[in-house]
Design a protein around this ligand. Sequence first.
Ligand code: SF4
Ligand code: SF4
Length: 70
Amino acid sequence: MSYIKINQDKCKSCYLCMDVCPKKLIKKSEKIGKTGQNVAEFIDTNNECLGCSQCALVCPDIAITEVVKE
Ligand code: SF4
Ligand code: SF4
């Protein structure tokens, strides 16, 4: 089961990760981050994450701190 971890304290709410995820597993959370906007949240209820790292590679603030591919 692949997964990612997002450090929401680092997230600047640019949402690039949401656009790039082929499975659309990253959503806007309810939490407001450092730019005053909703931070990114990983939601994968059906275990669809590919562990492809595209989200982590596109994040300009290295807020996606871990990608585990299993
Ligand atoms: S590793 Fe790939 S599939 Fe998983 S959340 Fe990131 S972009 Fe989406
Ligand atoms: S790409 Fe990084 S900074 Fe931008 S919304 Fe996603 S986790 Fe946050």
